[in-house]
Design a protein around this ligand. Structure first.
Ligand code: HAM
Length: 419
C-alpha cells in the first residue's frame, strides 16, 4: 500500500469549525484597522535573504537559526519570510509609498516561517496579523497602535491578559546602558546559563529575557534601561503611558521586555496571557526608527506590531463555551427521484437569493436525511415526496420548534426568501 503523506512538522491544516474562528479574527481585524485608517498590503512570501539578515539583525536567534533559506534555481539565496515588518519596509522604499502622504498605515495577514522546535503555540509555519505605521515620531502613534491592539483583543472576548511596556531608548542611550549591563553581568559570569554567557558578547540585552532561574535571579539586580534614558526619551515614554491611561488601557512597565528582533528602539510592548503556557506572548511590537534607513531608504520613524493568529485562536478556544453554532438556512429532503429533481431546481432559486441551502445527491431515507439536516444546523427542512408533489405543496419543518406545515410552492419560496 502506498504510504500516505503527512504535512510537515510544525505546519498545520486549518479547517471546519476552527477556520470559522480564523475568519472571525481576520474580519474583526480588517474592520477595526480600517476604522484607524489602515489599508492592506500583500507582499511575497519569498524575499532576498539579505532583507532579513540586514533588517532583523545578524545576531538574532531568528536569523542565526530559524530562517528557511535556500538557493533557488538561479542560485540566488532566498528566504521564506520569518516576519512581515522587513518586507513592508522594503515595499515602502521600493514603491516610494511615502510620496502619497507623510504618514503610511499598512496592515497585513498571512503565513510566516521560522524553523523553531514546535510546541503548543509555536509552529514552523505560523500566521501573523500585523500593522505598520511609517512617518511619525509622535508618541501618540505608539499609543494609538497599542490601543488598537487592545480593542481587538477585547472585541474578540480574550479575557485575562497583561500588556507589558518598556522603552529601549535611542541607540546611543542603549549603547551606554549596554556597557553598564555587560559590566554588571560579567561579575556573575559563572552564574549565567551557557546561552547567556555567549550572549554577553553577541546580544547582551537578550539575557534579560532568559527563562533560566539562576540567570533570572542575577538579572533581578541588573541596571535598568529606564535609568539610562534621556529627558526626551523619558517624555516620549511618559506620553505613551498617559495616553494609554486616558484610554483606559491597563499596562505594566516591565524593563525586561527586550523583544527578539534587533530593529527596536524606544517603546516596545507585548500582550501576554498566562493561559498560553510557555509561549505566552500573543502580540508584540514597538518603535523602529532606523529600519527604513538600514534597508536603503530615507530616515523614517516607524512603529508596528504583529499578533500571532495561532495563539489568539488558542485563547478563543479556551475562553469560549462551545455553543451550538446558530441554525441557518434550508435543507431539502426529497423522498423520490422526481422530487430530487424538483428540489434541485428550488435550491438554485434560493441560492440566487443567497439563502444557504443543501441536500444530499442520493436518495436516502427520511430519517437519515433529517439527521444530516440536524448535523449541519439547518433551521428548516423542506420535505417533498410523491403526495406533496401531487398536491403541489411541500412540507416545511421548523428544526427548532419541530412545527410542520404544508405550504404551496410560492408561499414557501417567499417565506424562505425572507429568512
Ligand atoms: P515577533 O515578536 O517576532 O514580532 O512576533 C509577533 C508574534 O508572532 C508573537 O508575539 C507571537 O504571537 C507570534 N509568533 C512568533 N513566532 C511564532 C511561532 N513560531 N509560532 C507561533 N506564533 C509565533 C515580529 O514578528 C515583528 N515583525 C512585530 C512587529 C511589527 N514589530 C514592529 N512591527
Amino acid at each position: 500500500m502506498t504510504q500516505h503523506l503527512q504535512s510537515l512538522k510544525g505546519m498545520n491544516d486549518i479547517y471546519f469549525e476552527e477556520i470559522e474562528l480564523w475568519q472571525e479574527l481576520e474580519a474583526k481585524a480588517r474592520a477595526l484597522f480600517s476604522v484607524y485608517g489602515y489599508g492592506e498590503i500583500r507582499t511575497p512570501l519569498l524575499e532576498d535573504t539579505q532583507l532579513f539578515s540586514r533588517g532583523i539583525g545578524e545576531d538574532t536567534q531568528v536569523v542565526q537559526k530559524e530562517m528557511y533559506t535556500f538557493a533557488d534555481k538561479s542560485g540566488d539565496s532566498v528566504t521564506l519570510r520569518p516576519e512581515g515588518t522587513a518586507s513592508v519596509v522594503r515595499a515602502y522604499i521600493q514603491h516610494t509609498l511615502s510620496s502619497r502622504d507623510e504618514i503610511t498605515k499598512l496592515y497585513y495577514m498571512g503565513p510566516m516561517f521560522r524553523h523553531e522546535r514546535p510546541q503548543k503555540g509555536r509552529l514552523r509555519q505560523f500566521h501573523q496579523i500585523g500593522c505598520e505605521l511609517l512617518g511619525s515620531h509622535s508618541p501618540l502613534s505608539d499609543a494609538e497602535q497599542i490601543i488598537m491592539m487592545d480593542s481587538l483583543a477585547r472585541s474578540l472576548g480574550i479575557g485575562q491578559y497583561e500588556l507589558s511596556l518598556n522603552s529601549l531608548g535611542s541607540v546611543s542611550e542603549r549603547e551606554k546602558y549596554l556597557v553598564a549591563l555587560v559590566d554588571y553581568l560579567q561579575r556573575f559570569h559563572n552564574d549565567l546559563d551557557e546561552d547567556s554567557q555567549r550572549r554577553l558578547s553577541t546580544n547582551p540585552l537578550r539575557i534579560l529575557d532568559s527563562k533560566n532561574p539562576k540567570t533570572k535571579e542575577v538579572c533581578q539586580e541588573a541596571p535598568l534601561i529606564l535609568d539610562y534614558l534621556s529627558v526626551e526619551s523619558k517624555v516620549h515614554f511618559a506620553t505613551v503611558q498617559n495616553k494609554l491611561a486616558e484610554a483606559g488601557v491597563a499596562y505594566k512597565v516591565n524593563p525586561h521586555i527586550v523583544r527578539g528582533l534587533d530593529y527596536y528602539e524606544h517603546t516596545t510592548f507585548e500582550f501576554i496571557s498566562s493561559e498560553l503556557g510557555a509561549q505566552s506572548t500573543f502580540a508584540g511590537g514597538g518603535r523602529y526608527n532606523r529600519l527604513v534607513e538600514q534597508l536603503g531608504g530615507k530616515t523614517t520613524p516607524a512603529v508596528g506590531f504583529a499578533l500571532g493568529c495561532e495563539r489568539i485562536i488558542l485563547l478563543l478556544l479556551a475562553n469560549r463555551t462551545v455553543t451550538d453554532s446558530k441554525k441557518h438556512g434550508v435543507y431539502f429532503v426529497p423522498l423520490d427521484v422526481e422530487s430530487l429533481g424538483v428540489c434541485f431546481q428550488h435550491m438554485q432559486f434560493l441560492r440566487s437569493q443567497m439563502i444557504p441551502c443543501e441536500m444530499g445527491f442520493e436518495l436516502k431515507s427520511l430519517k437519515s436525511q433529517m439527521r444530516r439536516a440536524d448535523k449541519f444546523n439547518y433551521r428548516y427542512a423542506v420535505i417533498m415526496g410523491e403526495s406533496e408533489r401531487q398536491k403541489n405543496v411541500m412540507m416545511l419543518k421548523d428544526m427548532v420548534s419541530g412545527e410542520q406545515k404544508e405550504l404551496g410552492l410560492e408561499d414557501l419560496l417567499l417565506s424562505l426568501s425572507a429568512l
